[in-house]
Write a protein that binds this ligand. Sequence first.
Ligand SMILES: *Cc1c(COP(=O)(O)O)cnc(C)c1O
Length: 383
Amino acid sequence: MTSKIYTYGHQNIRWSDVISVARALVSPWLTQGPRVAELEQAICQYTGAKYAVVVANGTASLHLAMQALELGPGQEVITSAMTFLASSNCALYVGAKPQFCDIDPATSLMDLEDLQKKITPQTKAIIPVHFAGQSCDMAKIAEIAKAHKLFIVEDAAHAIGSEYRGEKVGNCRYSDMTIFSFHPVKTITTGEGGAITTNQKELYEKLLALRSHGIMRDPNILTKNDGPWYYEMHYLGFNYRLTDIQAALGLSQLKKLDSFVKSRREMVLFYQDLFRGQDRFRFIEEQEYSKAAFHLCPLFIDFQKIKITKRELFEQLKARHILLQVHYIPVPCQPYYQKLGQEPKNFPNALAHYESELSLPLYPGLKDRDLRYIAKTIQDLAR
Ligand SMILES: *Cc1c(COP(=O)(O)O)cnc(C)c1O
């Protein structure tokens, strides 16, 4: 047994990150300053989107996206049942009704047939979730959205650095906006942080205002101009700003993104090799259109075939310093959502995913011998 402790995800911070942050700390700007603009520019360059707005966290990105689309009461937003709470909570923040669709068991991405069944005259937006870092089939989702005149906001919290049909996720070719999260377990981090990308100038300008109380200073928009101090509030916004200190970390992390993605993909392939030929284990299938920057490495265990329960397996792994997590408890199972009328039984594939999934440790810095130890420990226990 090893003395190391393994978790499912962990940030990768180097001296170059420390130096970048230290420079920001002794600069004239602590909150929103030149590094915020520089990070936004860098995100545009990386993803290929026209505009980027960085904000306090990924959840704030989703909230502002809903707000920028002016969604509200009487309207519905559909997302995946297999996601983090924030993907649907954002609809509730603006008074809209979240609706869920089940997943495709092979990919754990939204099942597009079920998605179409969930569309009603009230549906206004779809939030596809790029689960584990694999992009949804955006061309198909865009077709569905077009037929029903729906907005699309991609939840790419798992997918910075991922590709769809040879282009970077976040370029918004098939969507109105894409959101990212820079929480420490995600592929790159700013401590807390998030971003929204879009190609639409109007949305971009709204997002900028909403990030900072709805304040506008553009003389072309102001209803009058009392002087250089003058500003107007045109929307009910928030303080969702990212600090320059965080942006400094984001800039140095973004430089490493491609190397992080490379090592994550290599690790996933190595895990798949280590578990090959044992039919009680299964991984998600990568689609031919996808090159995923794997945020997670979900392993599915057929507990019908083995003697140990999932709870026992987790406890035994913990005793061996492997602290895993399950992604995710289907959102419709949450008491809050059940009170809103959601019924877990309507999402059989998401439930089956939940029964069998655990996320293997996956982050740059893990060595082949770490992965071998983790795989062997799981294989020995899961019999
Ligand atoms: C992490 C995550 C979010 C929220 O991001 P935060 O930065 O933690 O607010 C949203 N959606 C999904 C799918 C996530 O995994």
